[in-house]
Design a protein around this ligand. Structure first.
Ligand SMILES: NC(=O)C1=CN([C@@H]2O[C@H](COP(=O)(O)OP(=O)(O)OC[C@H]3O[C@@H](n4cnc5c(N)ncnc54)[C@H](OP(=O)(O)O)[C@@H]3O)[C@@H](O)[C@H]2O)C=CC1
Ligand SMILES: O=C(O)C1=N[C@H](C(=O)O)C[C@H](O)C1
Length: 255
């Protein structure tokens, strides 16, 4: 069965990559690609249509799944529309607040919804090992540095937040300190969190664990956005066979 994919945020950095990744495969196809502000451009042979047409495109083109890389507010709207039309929803969008996350989760009562802040398999591996590193090094200082391009809106990154949850679940920490300025000595059990924004850097996450005699650095560096798009399309093909519920990229990888 060919998985029919609708793409949102089609002319964005990630939307373009998703369309290109689908074009490289034989098990799926793009049935529509929308953007808030479409122009006459085509991407890998796909016309870009207006996001205002989303609801009718979902009915007329019968996608199996929508893949979304936009912004939190629109991702929630798209998830709601998919839930109403019995279409699965995969989103890599980050920067959701608690209410938006709750709304996204609610869509999972009706259809399969997969939300992952990072579709790189290497980040999944990093998530698997970071807790163990923290457990093995009790009392070590932990700092997290994430570096992204100058167009990124949210900070810390969605991936950084996910890594922080993993770190906090595996050690005794007091608080997150976001950057330092002025008289700001390090508190013993704090986790320092630092967001760098520069140029066109695709995405780097580094966790530093150190005491006064040694340091361990766990680093993931995405070389290009194709790695995220490939994971998102893997997730879209995988979710086509799933029942309603909330899923994670780890569910895709574990099969
Ligand atoms: N999970 C993962 O692996 C990854 C996640 N991301 C996340 O994906 C998201 C998008 O990133 P990126 O592609 O770099 O961002 P871009 O700004 O390049 O693209 C976002 C796209 O979404 C559209 N958009 C934004 N807001 C709305 C809205 N309210 N309604 C409709 N369309 C909207 C934009 O349209 P317009 O042109 O009109 O502004 C644009 O086409 C971010 O949250 C980012 O953190 C990014 C990379 C990997
Ligand atoms: O905005 C980006 O570019 C990225 N966002 C994701 C995040 O917020 O974690 C994933 C990746 O690092 C690229």
């Amino acid at each position: 069965m060919t998985v029919r994919i609708g793409v949102t945020g089609a002319t964005g950095r990630m939307g373009r990559e998703v369309i290109a990744a689908v074009a490289d495969r034989e098990d799926c196809e793009v049935v529509f690609a929308v953007n808030r502000d479409p122009d006459d451009e085509t991407i890998a042979g796909n016309e870009i249509e207006s996001a205002e047409e989303f609801d009718s495109l979902v009915v007329d083109r019968e996608p199996t799944v929508v893949v979304d890389f936009t912004g939190p507010e629109s991702a929630v709207d798209y998830a709601d529309a998919c839930a109403d039309s019995n279409v699965a929803f995969v989103t890599g969008t980050t920067g959701f607040d608690d209410d938006q996350l709750e709304a996204l989760e609610a869509a999972g009562d009706d259809v399969a919804v997969l939300h992952a802040p990072n579709f790189a398999r290497g980040v999944q591996a990093l998530l698997n090992v970071v807790g163990e590193a923290v457990q093995n090094l009790p009392g070590y200082d932990v700092e997290l540095v994430e570096t992204h391009h100058n167009g990124k809106r949210d900070a810390p990154s969605g991936t950084a937040n996910r890594l922080l949850e993993e770190i906090e679940a595996n050690g005794e920490f007091s608080e997150r300190t976001h950057g330092r300025e002025g008289e700001a000595p390090r508190e013993e059990a704090e986790i320092g969190v630092h967001a760098l924004r520069a140029g066109n850097i695709t995405g780097e996450h580094e966790i530093v664990l150190a005491d006064n005699h040694e340091e361990v650095r766990l680093t993931h560096r995405a070389e290009d956005r194709g790695v995220f798009a490939a994971g998102a399309v893997d997730a879209a093909v995988w979710i086509a066979g799933q029942k309603a519920g909330r899923y994670d990229f780890a569910d895709v990888i574990s099969e």
